[in-house]
Write a protein that binds this ligand. Structure first.
Ligand code: BGC
Length: 368
């Protein structure tokens, strides 16, 4: 072989090598089949969902990619477009803002993508095919029932807080809670401490979306722990002696519950408090063990991930996913698969969260 020919063979081999390496790095089929868009990394709830997706995806035959929208609908739309460019066939998405996400999923539908709303419904559009969710009315009802079960006497101060008005779930949680609380407000057991809008509606058990919106507008935390803290501080500064002592607090989720609890705990005129939560976040489980948060509603994210990925795989395999009901999103009835929730307090933390292998015992201190 001449020197020139040897050089040429080497060059051809090198080019082949580069081709093979590039093909491999594009994954199994050369593109992404399932795109997953989650709302923010700033809340442990969604970081947890990412981890549970990653655990479930280890066994998947389809390629997936997870992107976060960091609390911005514009970023969310960019994420969806980036995934569409990678050729996704199924989009699993938790909207930051349920109404604003319509345009992102409409873009996906135009490309023939099947859209699954994950945990939060996308509203006022026909571009949602499926919805996987927990029973959100039951979440609110369980929080309220906990407060009702522990309240004795009359005129017991009740502080109300809600999630973000841009999240359809905030309406479902509050609606579920209100149905249980309202009779106990109407009969004088509870006295609403911090919402004139709720006070005005205290004789109606069934509230319209608009009425719910008025109350939520006043007591929203925006799903933001800082906003929750500031609101709680303002409320306690304004509250007279009759609204202190032993108090009851409806907090919509764990992140806001912990910051509201800290504010109430540091007020010397508050002798004791009951505060609700949801998500079974690790920090709140420690708060429950330590007696700083009363309860949480455990939503087993492993089930939601399994249902969402199961649906995606059915769709990719050309099958029709199983559903158990439907949700009205203001435009269409979206076929839905719903999962039950579990109430967790100090008494059953171990059984529900450790024995079920959701968390490990050594992640907490003082666990009995
Ligand atoms: C979810 C909750 C979460 C909240 C704030 C809701 O839509 O269902 O689990 O705590 O958003 O992120």
């Amino acid at each position: 072989m001449t020197k020139k020919l040897k050089g040429l063979t080497f060059l051809v081999l090198m080019m082949l090598f580069v081709l093979v390496v590039t093909a491999c790095s594009f994954g199994k089929s050369g593109k992404v089949e399932v795109g997953i868009v989650l709302p923010t990394k700033d809340e442990p709830r969604w970081v947890q969902d990412e981890q549970r997706f990653k655990d479930a995806l280890k066994k998947s035959k389809y390629s997936t990619e997870i992107l976060f929208s960091q609390g911005s609908s514009a970023k969310e739309k960019e994420n969806v477009e980036a995934l569409l460019n990678k050729g996704i066939k199924v989009l699993i998405i938790t909207p930051h803002d349920g109404a604003a996400a319509a345009s992102a999923v409409e873009a996906a539908k135009k490309e023939g993508v099947t859209v699954i709303a994950y945990d939060r419904l996308i509203t006022d559009t026909d571009a949602v095919d499926y919805y996987v969710t927990f029973d959100s009315l039951a979440v609110g009802a369980a929080q309220a029932q906990y407060l009702v079960d522990n309240a004795k006497g009359s005129d017991v101060p009740l502080y109300l807080y809600a999630g973000a008005a841009s999240d359809n779930n905030a309406f479902l949680f509050f609606e579920g809670a209100w149905k249980v609380l309202q009779p106990k407000i109407a009969d004088g057991t509870f006295k609403i401490a911090n919402s004139s809008e709720a006070e005005k509606l205290k004789d109606s058990v069934d509230l319209s979306r608009e009425q719910l919106g008025k109350i939520i507008g006043q007591i929203t935390t925006n799903w933001d722990a800082n906003e929750a803290k500031n609101k709680a501080q303002t409320h306690l500064t304004a509250a007279g002696k009759e609204l202190k002592g032993n108090v009851f607090i409806l907090a919509p989720n764990d992140g806001t519950a912990r910051s509201i609890a800290d504010v109430f705990a540091s007020d010397s005129a508050i002798s004791s408090y009951f505060v609700t939560g949801q998500d079974a976040e690790k920090a709140s489980i420690q708060y429950i063990i330590d007696g700083k948060q009363s309860m949480t509603v455990f939503k087993d994210v492993r089930t939601l991930v399994k249902d969402a990925m199961g649906m995606a795989v059915d769709i990719l395999d050309g099958k029709t996913p199983d559903t158990t009901g439907s949700y009205d999103n203001g435009s269409i009835e979206v076929k839905a698969k719903q999962t039950n929730v579990i109430v967790v307090n100090k008494g059953n933390v171990k059984k529900e969260l450790i024995d079920s292998e959701y968390y490990k015992a050594d992640e907490f201190t003082g666990l009995k």
